[in-house]
Design a protein around this ligand. Structure first.
Ligand code: FPP
Length: 247
């Protein structure tokens, strides 16, 4: 049976997060520069966005660049930023045709100005599109997102009149309202490619009850079929959210 028809459609995860790992190793295996791995990684991202959209996934968060990735060589950082810019500019027709909405998570204030500008344009130009929402995690760290949320939370507790809201309650739900995208449900499934068993600071708060799927395949080699395998695997999991399944 083809994998797509084996998938239980109503049971499709609403939100998938992907830690796209292995670009550097992919390039090293071919004696190529690391940047070549990122270039191939971008092609994979396009493939997987299309596959997720076709499959009816509602939200897809891609871990593009972490708050720790600035430690890399300036050439590599500049190359990845250039790819992001290209991706946002060149894919606009694709977003329109597929109804894809671009969202952002991360420390926007710390982004280079031109990248921030392109992100803002993409958010604005796609905000009414009804299909898959692709959340770009760029200059993103899970701890950093919580840090920023706590800052805004404290501000509103001290001076609720500034935000026009009531002083927020110190509850999990109250704190969640201060994360980057409070309207987006927590990820059901987090995929990591290239075989590492680490969260690497990805969606720390939101992933409390996410299912993890680790694939040995390097990100540039990932295909639509690998996404289907991950979804099928997810559909076999028994999610208890800390409770028990009644016999
Ligand atoms: C991890 O591989 C990958 C990154 C830090 C960059 C991810 C960027 C892209 C895939 C391109 C841009 C994508 C979009 C959607 C704009 P690594 O370099 O850590 O690999 P390694 O662990 O094998 O060295």
């Amino acid at each position: 049976m083809p994998l797509q028809s084996a998938i239980d459609n109503p049971g499709i995860p609403a939100h998938i997060g992907i830690i796209m790992d292995g670009n550097g190793r992919w390039a090293r295996k071919r004696n190529q520069n690391r940047t070549q791995g990122h270039l191939e990684g971008l092609k994979t991202a396009k493939r997987i966005v299309k596959a997720a959209s076709d499959m009816g996934i509602a939200y897809l968060t891609l871990y593009v660049f972490s708050t720790e990735n600035w430690k890399r060589a300036a050439e590599e950082v500049g190359f990845i930023m250039g790819l992001v810019k290209r991706y946002l500019i060149e894919e606009m027709d694709f977003y329109r045709q597929n109804g894809i909405r671009i969202r952002y998570t991360g420390d926007f204030a710390g982004l280079p100005e031109d990248i921030g500008g392109e992100i803002q344009k993409a958010l604005e130009n796609t905000k009414a599109f009804p299909g898959l929402q692709v959340i770009l995690a760029l200059n993103y760290g899970g701890r950093d997102e919580i840090r920023r949320a706590v800052g805004r939370f404290i501000q509103d507790r001290r001076e609720p009149e500034l935000s026009g809201a009531e002083a927020p309650a110190i509850t999990e739900g109250g704190i969640s309202q201060y994360l980057d995208n409070p309207d987006i449900p927590d990820p059901d499934l987090i995929i990591r490619t290239a075989g590492e068993f680490r969260t690497s600071n990805f969606l720390l708060w939101e992933a409390a009850y996410s299912e993890y799927y680790i694939s040995d395949i390097l990100w540039p080699d990932w295909t639509e079929e690998d996404l289907r395998l991950a979804v099928l695997d997810f559909q076999k999991r028994e999610r208890r959210f800390g409770g028990i399944i009644k016999p």
